[in-house]
Design a protein around this ligand. Structure first.
Ligand SMILES: *Cc1c(COP(=O)(O)O)cnc(C)c1O
Ligand code: SF4
Length: 340
């Protein structure tokens, strides 16, 4: 069966790959706008036009632009920044399958994304060695079949929605054929980068599936959600999937209580639960985005005074070797000290 080119694939094909195009589209002040470093050749600028359309013209500090704009710093890595900050390479049990935590395993579905986020912790993952076709994943499926303690498969990457519906469908069916798998989780930024990727075909596949679908979106700022994104999120909800969001705490992007508040409010209005606020992993060349943990804790405390409890994400860090993501909590210690 040959599949025709879908509108969302056009969006990927015509995504922006050059600094000059981005500068011209956004009418950025040329004098101020320094040319991004050549160090970006390994992980070049890449962003969809849909996402760029939500950026403010002429604003070099736009919170969406900052997430995708390469920076000289990327070629001047600091010592404490690592190539594999979260220990992914140690967690790979068979090619393309990571298991760090009990009862769930993560399949590196593809290396491709619809955006290159400058703070991405998987930007150095050796994707070349990861499986590319359904057959290549067989060792991973074998492993899953033998380990009945795993009841959830997480499709991540890269971005699993970069696969065309037919391929994603066969992958889902293969996972469904493993009796002890109950839930399918999909980590994706595509509904934000290319809202038209949320096709009827994909939604019906979720609806038909024996597995309970959980979708974890990745949205860092309320400006990322326009009407088209809202409609895609509504379609996903219509499929019966449970929707969560994870955000990364990023300096100048979302490190203010009012910014996080409007993000969380917009999410819960759309029926998406704020799940995690990640302390950024110290990946090579991303120090400009670092927010100190003490500030992150203060932000969460502030959010708690503004929003209902269900709208507050868990503030977490990923510490290699730990049995789960580590929740960062200041309040208990504070309470203890104030009572002492
Ligand atoms: C983050 C992560 C998960 C998911 O963890 P949850 O706390 O269940 O969201 C699973 N596997 C790997 C390898 C991860 O990095
Ligand atoms: S979408 Fe996710 S995996 Fe892809 S570059 Fe951004 S943070 Fe990395």
């Amino acid at each position: 069966m040959s599949e025709s080119i879908q509108p969302w694939q056009h969006s990927i094909k015509h995504a922006i790959r050059s600094w000059e195009t981005l500068r011209d589209l956004l009418e950025l002040p040329i004098e101020e706008a320094r040319e991004p470093s050549s160090a970006s050749s390994k992980f070049p600028l890449f962003v969809t036009r849909e996402f760029v359309a939500r950026m403010e013209k002429g604003n070099l500090h736009d919170p969406l632009l900052l997430q995708v704009l390469p920076h000289r710093e990327e070629s001047e890595a600091l010592d404490f920044e690592l190539l594999d900050p979260v220990g992914d390479l140690h967690a790979e049990i068979v090619p393309g399958l990571l298991q760090k935590y009990k009862s769930r395993a993560l399949l590196i579905t593809t290396s491709a994304c619809a955006v290159h986020c400058r703070y991405c912790f998987r930007q150095n993952f050796p994707y070349e060695a990861a499986p590319k076709s359904l057959d290549d994943w067989e060792p991973a499926f074998d492993y899953l079949e033998k380990d009945a303690s795993i009841d959830e498969v997480i499709l991540s990457g890269g971005d699993p929605l970069m696969l065309v519906d037919a391929k994603l469908g066969s992958l889902m069916q293969r996972i469904e054929s493993i009796p002890h798998i109950e839930r399918l989780r999909i980590h994706t930024r595509l509904p934000v980068m290319v809202p038209s990727r949320v096709t009827n075909e994909f939604c019906s596949a979720l609806q038909r599936s024996r597995l309970t679908p959980w979708i974890v979106l990745h949205i860092n700022h309320a400006n990322e959600i326009d009407d088209q994104v809202s409609r895609s999120i509504e379609m996903l909800r219509g499929s019966g999937a449970v929707l969560l969001n994870q955000a990364v705490l990023l300096k100048q992007v979302n490190d203010r209580a009012d910014v996080l508040e409007s993000l969380c409010r917009k999410l819960v209005n759309l029926g998406v639960m704020p799940y995690y606020l990640h302390q950024m992993d110290p990946v090579q060349g991303s120090a400009r985005f670092t927010v100190p943990i003490s500030e992150g804790l203060a932000l969460i405390k502030d959010l708690q005074s503004r929003l209902p409890g269900y709208a507050i994400p868990k503030y977490v860090a990923e510490i290699a070797g730990q049995p789960s993501k580590t929740e960062l909590q200041g309040s208990l210690l504070e309470l203890h000290n104030s009572l002492a």
